[in-house]
Design a protein around this ligand. Sequence first.
Ligand code: LRH
Length: 494
Amino acid sequence: ADAPVFVAVDLGATSGRVMAGRVGGPGRSDLGALDLTEVHRFPNRPVRLPGGLRWDVLSLFQGVLDGLGRAARTYGDVASIGIDSWAVDYGLLDADGQLLGNPYHYRDTRTEGVGERVGRTVPAGELYRITGLQHLPFNTVFQLAAASGSAQLAAARTLLMIPDLLTNWLTGSVGAEATNASTTGLFDARAGDWSHALMGRLGIDRSLFPPIRRPGDAAGTLLPYVAAETGLPQSTPVTAVASHDTASAVAAVPATGPGFAYVSCGTWSLAGLELAGPVVTEASRAANFTNELGLDGSYRFLRNVMGLWLLSESLRTWGDRGLPADLEPLMAGAARSQPFAALVDPDDPSFLTPGDMPARIAAYCVRTGQRPPTDPAATVRCILESLALAHRATLRTAAELSGTDIRVVHLVGGGSRNELLCQLTSDATGLPVVAGPAEATALGNVLVQARTRGLVGDRSDMRRLVARTQRLRRYAPRGDARAWSEAAARIGLG
Ligand code: LRH
């Protein structure tokens, strides 16, 4: 018989993917095998309504069903299905279990200034000591505070994070997967469970939050209408994976020893370390480092860097204007552009919401006394060098705050395909960079499912398997370390 097929549904901010993964199994190498095939890919296009920016969650679910249908036609049965997506966003269900409206997009502006308001009830330092979470304006706790008093929230009986919502539509089961729950700002990082005390103080109804389930837990089998629509047997199990995409990605980082840092690079660059326990010192709060729950009780000590969002929003803007917006020639142009001509702090709040990114970058440059980039290729150069500088600053701070030595940087996710970004990250950090796999998130999703069948062991086993089977690229630091230090100082990332 062939190795069992595991289906990973991975929803990102710009596209959704349904992937089929095979792990080990009879007739395959004793050393273990791991391969991943894309079954279906569909766009994720948020929609602006009078009430704000929303996810088109119905079209995402249709994309999932289409992908499952294709998997059924290609493979017959599948061993199990797992769903992961971006963090912090949620859908609300009414007393009949029906979705109340389209989930808000975390880039919606309704949370502006809400963090400060919440801080008057629970001071930021206290919130941090309980949740270990970095302050991001869109953390679920702030979204709920922004929604306070709304008719929708009043009618809500259940809150489901995006992967849990789609799991509910596939199986009818209701649960809250732990890694994603840890990004809400309502989760006790040390206890590994919802903080009912915090909910009470903030006037958030604790009965909205379903019981926690852990990666590897069963999450039900397909409802009859899903089986009919996809052609998969009704008995097909859905498995809770590390449903926060970053948790799945870091689980599949192909590190083969200690002393590694990672940059999970896509729409965001999540840059940091994996630790055995949370670091919730005043210094880590001041540096805005987060402690998100990872697989098997590990912690991701990291900071969100604005990531390739700066590039994708720029490409979108140029495309809308009829300017050349093909990535390849722009990357070639960026590689030839003058180094360090213009630099930005990628985490400047002006870059967070959708809009004309090249104009915002130019405005940042003017504001900081720099000559703005003169053409799209120079803008791309500015974005990539600035990201490399933010990776450098973030990893240095992570090492300092946790007392760890970094020997190698693993750059995973879609950004690992960007050779210039990988090289610049190596140059800026002065460290070797191992790039890939680009689909680390889907691999992490598959591996957690495979583990429930005993096909792979603990985290280090998973990582060795990824390292042995996936194509990786290595970059060594080049260039002038002093020039990078000076560049970092120019934008306050020194
Ligand atoms: C990356 C990610 C990240 C969160 C952000 C909202 O996709 O999950 O870890 O901070 O989306």
